[in-house]
Design a protein around this ligand. Structure first.
Ligand code: HEM
Length: 485
């Protein structure tokens, strides 16, 4: 399609009432997502993605999607004022999802349980985060120990499979501890394989397609939940503080043997790996595609190691604290750039009472029962905010040797320019750990290994998780790695 035909397709659309009446039958949910993706692709190819979502003329836009009217807040300067309305709830939407995907029922009816569980998220920050960071580095070291012994040969692997394997093992052992079972590797491998099969069906699990039509995912979910019940979790040691606290809370609201305790743990485990895996994939992928960026990062890491008196040497002696990791501005910028490019999460709220949204040009009335959303890719891909938004620029978030935080729209400085972790009350509590984990893996790979891509065709995202997180690649990519001599 030519640029001009794309334009004629777009311009006649009444943007604020762009409606897709497609959610008539259950299986259409996926079709809706695909149509939406195709539109996004068309728009982004021709620069109109931003036109739809960030129209300077409109503050809001409406879609009819998945059987619900969703009003998108287009103006980033209105995010805060709209989202703080007490007439909007994130719990009603989230509770539905938790029931459907993880079989968690009680959160919908028990506010105290919800408050208590949210109350322990501080154990993912501060000194608790320092402990998690330390343990994570040790676990990463164990995962790579065998590879580091092979000093000469190139190993070939599929990058997504490689990242899934490393991130699942490191995250699980850091958060849930180590299995006491005789064969730890077998335990973690089985758990990971089941988890990945379950996660693969996530886009279908959130649709209205009956789970019985989704192959064996129902029995895999049951197996995973069983594995995370109190009885089975007792067979792992060195739980993190956050898991210990969550288990104590769950035991207060359920009987010790209740199956739903396992469902809560599955939900938490899922949240802790599902987005980190594709984030590390894209980070390594973009660095492999951009050797100049890799060289700058290697240099930055080497400089820090030298200034802290550390030698790379054999046996994995390097040790970086969270502060030291945070001081690596190009590394941080690379991770942020990956999140900017690949995060397609949305922030969704349920309208609990009729509500009027005000804008400079018009008032918008929202009905009780509809949804309101922020779609961060609208700002992440806005060329007015980020020059050449489809390009990977590893140093986009660095200015004068420091982290760049000043981004503008309509000449005004934006408070919110990067939202891969959600917003407000439902903002991801694991965001600091996630960033530490991606950085640690990059530091290890760049410090100890030579890395080369084998398939170097441009890779696209598959968008099956549109609205729900970091997109996976359309296919896996072969790469090779070898311990540095
Ligand atoms: C790159 C990695 C990650 C990304 C992009 C990410 C993103 C998100 C997003 C977008 C949400 C939903 C926010 C909303 O609904 O507004 C969320 C929720 C959540 N995330 Fe993350 N996350 C990541 C890693 C992690 C990690 C490592 C953990 C735990 C250790 C974690 C724990 C959670 C939890 C528990 C919630 C639910 C919060 C609630 O109960 O309201 N996440 N995350």
């Amino acid at each position: 399609m030519s640029g001009s035909s794309a334009m004629s397709l777009l311009l006649p659309l009444p943007l604020p009432l762009l409606v897709f009446p497609l959610s008539l039958a259950v299986s259409l949910s996926m079709l809706v997502i695909k149509v939406f993706v195709i539109l996004i692709k068309i728009f982004s190819n021709f620069g109109y993605f931003v036109c739809l979502f960030c129209s300077q003329l409109r503050s809001y836009s409406h879609l009819f999607l998945l059987g619900k009217y969703i009003t998108f807040i287009l103006d980033p300067f209105q995010y805060q004022s709209v989202m703080k309305s007490h007439k909007l709830s994130f719990r009603i939407f989230t509770n539905k999802l938790l029931r459907k995907v993880f079989c968690i029922e009680k959160l919908a009816t028990n506010d105290d349980l919800n408050d208590d569980l949210h109350g322990c998220y501080h154990l993912l920050r501060g000194t608790s985060l320092d402990i998690l960071t330390e343990n994570m580095m040790q676990n990463l070291k164990q995962v790579f120990e065998l590879q580091l012994l092979k000093t000469t040969n190139w190993d070939t692997a599929n990058l997504l499979t490689f990242c899934s394997s490393v991130i699942f093992e490191v995250t699980f052992t850091t958060i849930y501890g180590k299995s006491l079972a005789g064969n730890r590797k077998k335990f973690i491998t089985e758990l990971r394989d089941d988890f990945l099969k379950f996660d693969d069906k996530f886009p279908y699990l959130i649709s209205d397609i009956p789970i019985e039509l989704l192959g064996n995912v129902k029995s895999i979910r049951k197996k995973l939940i069983t594995c995370l019940t109190s009885e089975h979790l007792a067979k792992t040691q060195e739980w993190s503080e956050v898991v210990q606290r969550r288990q104590d809370i769950l035991e207060k609201y359920y009987t010790l043997e209740d199956f739903e305790i396992g469902a809560h743990h599955l939900g938490f485990l899922w949240a802790s790996v599902t987005n980190t895996i594709p984030t590390t994939f894209w980070a390594v992928y973009y660095l492999l595609q951009h050797p100049e960026a890799m060289a700058v990062l290697r240099d930055e890491i080497d400089h820090l190691l030298q200034s802290t008196g550390q030698k790379k040497g054999s046996g994995f002696p390097i040790h970086l604290t969270r502060e030291q990791l945070d001081s690596l501005v190009y590394l941080e910028s690379t991770v942020l750039e990956v999140l900017r490019l690949c995060s397609f999460s949305s922030i969704i709220r349920f309208v609990q009472e009729d509500l009027t949204l005000h804008s400079e040009t018009q008032d918008y009335c929202l009905r009780k029962g509809d949804l309101v959303a922020i779609f961060p890719p609208a700002i992440h891909h806005d060329p007015e905010i980020f020059e050449a938004p489809e390009e990977f620029r590893f140093d986009r978030f660095v200015e004068d040797g420091k982290k760049k935080t000043a981004f503008f729209k309509n000449g005004k400085k934006l408070k919110y320019y990067l939202l891969p972790f959600g917003f407000g009350a439902s903002k991801c509590p694991g965001r600091f750990l996630a960033i530490v984990e991606v950085k640690q893996l990059l530091v290890v790979l760049l410090t100890y290994f030579d890395l080369e891509i084998i398939d170097d065709n441009p890779m696209e995202a598959n968008y099956s998780r549109l609205l729900f997180g970091i997109q996976h690649p359309a296919s896996d990519v072969l790469f090779k790695y070898k311990v540095k001599s």
